[in-house]
Design a protein around this ligand. Structure first.
Ligand SMILES: [Zn+2]
Length: 445
């Protein structure tokens, strides 16, 4: 793996000396390799530690037969979303529904229940894996208080810039004192920051993730401009019902799937070849036996390409797997991880990010998940006898409007936790935050 990183110097040289910068910007949507390089500039042994751990993970993953289905016990990871939006651009303040939908995408992709798995070409069926990893918005914060797992910060700061990612500036989104939002305990929560990481420019960098490093996480703020462990996503590249768009890119939530893949230890299918700027490098893949080798990160969705010769178990050679989440292919082309990738991710969860599995973020009231706005609230008793209570598990601010069975407004703009219903019958209680609304039906006896 060492040779991978010697390519960086060549890469920067290439980008300055050629006229392919616009093409490069498209291929450079993921800042994973930049993040590793940047961290290494602060912690001199960082890259070495990351690679040592990766080689260890790889060895274990490859020791198992390539074509063995992994998965099994479902691991659940608590997530906190930090929505850091600029005062001048309220569209960056994504609605809860966009956040919930991203959780849904992750849960589908990491359980292989995404509808587009049916697009996977049959040749890859033997190597396609099911991670059996699930995600839910944290129910409790680091102080043990109930939460909905969403932090919203309005800021005047800007982060990053065009061209080569400015990691020191982007790291500001992870720090309250720089106009961003401080991480929750990175051992216990998957922190995902969402904001403008291209400083108002058309987004070239869509996401960044830090890899498992095999070292304790550094204390927050110990070095001002370090990247904190977690994932950072451009606000336009998030979710699949996002009203913001990116020219030329059909966003369907796979930016986050890809970056969470990195966070859980997996690498690009063609590692560090930077869209072919360095020519064909078949040996420069992710090192996994079952992930088909390809000479460069793919753009588009070319199903005819077979750039490198594979020796995958009894299968032998396979085409380039543009369906892989860890490729650079179109998001709408991606639908699968391989068994080897699954093996690495599950190994990382259990052995290197185990704090996630015992996090207070998973300590939820029975049956409650905050992946849906409606689940934030309990309206009781139902049926009622004239008095209805509304309980918000997450402490989210809300207003209440009460309608009768024919839709007439009985009460509006209530903000208390108790409602008096005037007579017997069916009522509809509308609970609204500034972003979301849910209606609950109540029968009054
Ligand atoms: Zn990547």
């Amino acid at each position: 793996m060492k040779k991978i990183f010697t390519h960086f110097a060549v890469f920067y040289l290439a980008i300055f000396c050629t006229s392919v910068i616009s093409a490069q910007q498209i291929s450079d949507q993921c800042g994973f390799n930049h993040a590793i390089d940047y961290q290494n500039s602060i912690y001199s042994n960082y890259k070495q530690q990351v690679n040592a751990l990766y080689n260890n993970l790889l060895e274990k993953a490859n020791l198992n037969a390539e074509i063995t289905k992994k998965g099994g016990v479902v691991y659940t990871i608590p997530v906190v979303f930090h929505v850091v939006w600029n005062s001048a651009s309220p569209n960056q303040n994504l609605a809860d529904s966009v956040l919930f939908e991203q959780i849904n995408v992750l849960n589908e992709d990491f359980s292989r229940t995404n509808a587009d798995t049916s697009n996977l070409r049959p040749a890859f069926f033997p190597i396609a894996g099911r991670p059996d990893i699930q995600f839910q918005l944290a129910c409790k914060d680091t102080n043990g208080n109930m939460t909905n797992g969403i932090v919203r910060i309005e800021t005047d700061s800007s982060f990053g810039g065009g061209g080569i990612p400015d990691m020191a500036s982007i790291a500001g989104i992870q720090n309250t004192n720089q106009g961003g939002s401080d991480a929750w305990n990175t051992d216990e929560y998957l922190n995902i920051w969402i904001g403008d990481i291209n400083s108002g420019s058309s987004p070239s960098l869509l996401g960044i993730a830090t890899p498992p490093v095999g070292l304790p996480n550094w204390p927050s703020g110990s070095v001002p401009a370090e990247l904190t462990d977690g994932v950072i996503i451009h606000y336009s590249a998030f979710g699949r019902n996002n009203p913001n768009t990116i020219p030329g890119i059909d966003v369907n939530g796979r930016t986050v799937t890809h970056e969470v893949g990195h966070y859980l230890g997996v690498r690009h299918t063609a590692e560090n070849t930077f869209g072919g700027l360095l020519g064909s490098i078949c040996g420069d893949d992710d090192g996994l036996n079952d992930t088909p080798t390809c000479d460069q990160s793919q753009q588009g969705c070319d199903l005819t390409r077979n750039s490198c010769n594979d020796t995958i178990g009894t299968i032998g050679d396979l085409p380039d797997m543009v369906e892989n989440y860890m490729d650079y292919s179109d998001q709408t082309c991606q639908n699968s991880f391989t068994n080897g990738q699954v093996s690495i991710m599950r190994d990382v969860v259990v052995n290197h990010r185990a704090g996630l599995l015992t996090s207070p973020g998973l300590d939820c009231p029975t049956g409650i998940k905050f992946n849906d706005f409606a689940d934030n609230f309990e309206v009781y008793p139902n049926p009622s006898n004239g008095i209805v209570n509304i309980k918000s598990y997450s402490g989210i601010k809300f207003n209440v409007t009460v309608y009768n069975s024919i839709g007439q407004t009985i009460e509006s703009n209530l903000n208390g936790n108790q409602i008096m219903l005037p007579q017997k019958g069916v009522y509809f209680i509308k609970i609204s935050s500034d972003k979301e609304t849910v209606v609950k039906k109540i029968v009054n006896h």
